[in-house]
Design a binder for this molecule. Structure first.
Ligand SMILES: Nc1ncnc2c1ncn2[C@@H]1O[C@H](COP(=O)(O)OP(=O)(O)OP(=O)(O)O)[C@@H](O)[C@H]1O
Length: 346
């Protein structure tokens, strides 16, 4: 078997340890750092230094235009239509993995890898993403859109490790800096706060200006800063003080209104998905024991999924779920934890 792999190297702990693990497994590793946004090229420098020490080939690829068009613009447009997007889902499924595959093809390399904390398994001839051994780090939620062509050539060296083990491994190999790197936080192009990013990235005339908070009966509660700065399910940072806990229930773009309500009003028993991708429909549609997640962490609800006449997925939530935000992703898992697919919430 040919043992060459193209590894996405971000300069962080995980992809650095992934490079070492792939080498241990006998692979000839080529590293690529995708320049996704303007970070001054620091990630690439870090990755190049590490590649040099490991004796592996490394190159940088400028993907800023594609990232801007497919991820950043999509992200801002979704917020401007009152929807909430998970950019990491879009980036992984539409940009990062397909681009790794293309760059590997151009170099005649058959395998592609990242430092994602996930595993993969084959069932009845099809590949599925499976959760990582480290449940706290599991990143399967972001990868539901990958097709078989990509899944079958993926190598996932971090899937069996915990983060603590990854750090210990780097330290033991003499890569102290790699071992001690901080975890990356949130979305890479706006790590702290998407609202500050929107203010920077969107020209002021496209932002709607102040609007009103209403209660569920349409009564005025106060003023807000414009609907794009709010997310369904949000409680903190509303800038309004009532004598009860309230959450964003609905966003009405046309009228620049944000409806606030108690948590109990945010529960939904069904939702619809577009742009879906399933590994094997027969293992999901109409099947019992399917779990749906709409958040990266700490949420798993039972559901029944069917296909509608207009080619959407209808998800009946057997356990009602709160804060279902339009534009976010939903990922399906079976009882064993295998990722069956997912889609974008309408
Ligand atoms: N700019 C990039 N260029 C190439 N590959 C990347 C880049 N950013 C992320 N990746 C790949 O995707 C994986 C997951 O990235 P993500 O940012 O979600 O995780 P992370 O935990 O910060 O990873 P790391 O510790 O390797 O930075 C990384 O381990 C890496 O293999």
């Amino acid at each position: 078997m040919e043992k060459r792999v193209l590894l996405g190297m971000s300069g962080g702990t995980d992809s650095s340890v992934a490079a070492m693990k792939l080498q241990d497994a006998g692979y000839e590793v080529t590293g690529v750092t995708l320049r996704l946004h303007d970070d001054g090229g620091r990630d690439a420098e870090e990755a190049a230094r590490l590649a040099d020490r490991l004796g592996i080939e490394h190159f940088e690829y400028d993907a800023r235009k594609a990232f801007e068009a497919q991820v950043v613009r999509y992200f801002t447009e979704e917020y401007l239509t009152g929807r909430t997007l998970v950019p990491c889902t879009v980036c992984n499924n539409r940009l990062k993995w397909p681009l790794l595959a293309r760059l590997a093809d151009e170099r005649g390399i058959s395998c592609i890898a990242t430092g994602h904390y996930v595993r993969k398994v084959c069932r009845d001839g099809r590949w599925y993403i499976a959760p990582a051994a480290d449940a706290d780090k599991d990143q399967s939620f972001f990868l539901w859109g990958l097709k078989q062509g990509i899944l079958k050539r993926m190598l996932l060296p971090m899937g069996e490790l915990t983060k603590a083990e990854a750090r210990a491994y780097a330290a033991c190999r003499g890569f102290q800096r790699v071992a001690e790197k901080k975890d990356s936080l949130g979305v890479c192009f706006c790590p702290m706060d998407y609202r500050a990013f929107l203010r920077r990235a969107v020209s002021p005339e496209l932002l709607p200006g102040k609007g009103v908070f209403l209660d569920e009966n349409g009564a005025f509660l106060g003023w807000h800063e414009g609907y794009p700065f709010y997310t369904v399910g949000q409680r903190r940072g509303l800038g309004i003080h009532l004598n009860r806990a309230v959450y964003v229930k609905e966003i009405c773009r046309e009228r620049n209104e944000v409806v606030l309500a108690p948590l109990a009003s945010l529960y939904r028993t069904e939702m619809w998905l577009k742009d879906w991708n399933l590994v094997d429909e027969t293992r999901l549609l109409g099947c019992g024991a399917v779990i749906v997640k709409i958040r990266y962490r700490k949420q798993a609800n039972r559901c029944l999924v069917s296909r509608t006449d207009d080619d959407r997925l209808h998800v009946r939530l057997l356990d009602p779920l709160e804060a279902v935000a339009s534009g976010q992703a939903a990922a399906f898992y079976d009882a064993e934890g295998l990722l069956l697919g997912g889609g974008i919430i309408l």
